[in-house]
Design a protein. Structure first.
Length: 327
């Protein structure tokens, strides 16, 4: 069956929205590296969420969307606590314990967990192309991680924190999907961000103390994290997720390691090695495979009615001629 033009347009818009999200999330790694030198993990997460909440709140008031339906709240609260709060704190902390390559490699377990959780709890299918693409992209992510690792040493605490970040990220996305059936992407994103900010309020003392002595560049990076990789990127992600299976969306995030390599090259003047470039290319190839669709062959002919024994005499000749005209 051929999709209608409106369905094609919706699919294209969802792909563009997902692309905006992964580009901004890739830029977050660069900003976290800068802001993390002046802010502790919890304070950085709280400052980022507060900035995101303000921007999203203004947009919500402008659009006059109001409160989401009651049915959306369980997913919003769970997503806010797990993805917006726990994930951000764990990732900020983990990147202080392990190098960026190791962190990226471990966090990229998230899309695999997401696909498994979506299959188990959302009933989403796992097409062979999706599984193959995720496997290819994960190999690329491992290559990028190994090439970007410094001396190869990582603390056990850092590895555990990155694993926890991957698990909360995957669970948060899967729990967000049902909420989007009832609330708009902006509603779900704003209230999830607000829940995450409330969950991080215990770090408010650290944020106030550290903001007084942090350099302006670190604070600006924290605000950037809240406005773009949080407010904008999480909203475009929710828009795309409402129109795309969670497992396929998770596979899209494998583009992030390749983009981080390019952004680090451009912004931080970190020249990537050959293995890094190859790994990034493999990540992109895997995403292409995971998002491709098998070619639909021509529809099989509809079987006709069972043959009827021909009658005798003149009727036989007439029915035979009619059969020839039909066939």
């Amino acid at each position: 069956m051929t999709n209608s033009p409106s369905e094609h347009r919706s699919a294209r818009l969802a792909l563009v929205a997902a692309g905006v999200s992964v580009v901004l999330w890739a830029s977050a790694f660069v900003s976290i590296r800068s802001a993390g030198a002046a802010y502790s993990p919890g304070a950085l997460a709280l400052g980022r969420l507060l900035a995101g909440t303000v921007v999203l709140g203004i947009l919500l008031l402008i659009r006059r969307e109001g409160l989401p339906p009651r049915a959306a709240w369980p997913g919003i609260v769970a997503c806010g606590v797990l993805w917006f709060a726990c994930y951000m704190v764990a990732l900020n902390w983990g990147e202080q314990q392990v190098d960026a390559g190791t962190a990226a490699m471990i966090v990229n377990i998230g899309p695999i967990l997401m696909a498994l959780l979506a299959s188990r709890f959302l009933g989403e299918a796992l097409p062979p192309r999706l599984i193959a693409g995720m496997a290819v992209s994960f190999v690329g992510a491992v290559a990028v991680g190994l090439s970007m690792s410094g001396d190869g040493h990582a603390s056990v605490l850092g590895v555990v924190l990155c694993l926890f970040a991957a698990a909360t990220y995957a669970a948060g996305v899967v729990l967000q999907k049902p909420a989007l059936r009832h609330g708009s992407p902006l509603q779900v994103t704003f209230f999830s961000c607000l829940v995450g900010a409330v969950a991080c309020l215990p770090f408010s003392g650290q944020l106030v103390s550290e903001a007084g002595r942090a350099p302006a560049s670190a604070t600006l990076n924290m605000v950037y994290l809240g406005v773009f990789p949080t407010a904008l990127a999480f909203t475009t992600w929710a828009y795309a997720l409402a129109r795309t299976p969670a497992s396929r969306m998770g596979a899209t995030t494998y583009v992030v390691p390749a983009l981080v390599v390019l952004m680090s090259w451009a912004v931080l003047d970190e020249v990537p090695g050959a293995l890094t470039l190859v790994g990034g290319a493999v990540c992109l190839a895997g995403v292409g495979v995971s998002r491709s669709r098998a070619r639909v062959r021509g529809a099989a002919p509809v079987p006709g009615p069972a043959p009827v024994p021909p009658p005798s005499g003149e009727a036989a000749g007439a029915s035979g001629g009619a059969a020839e005209r039909v066939n």
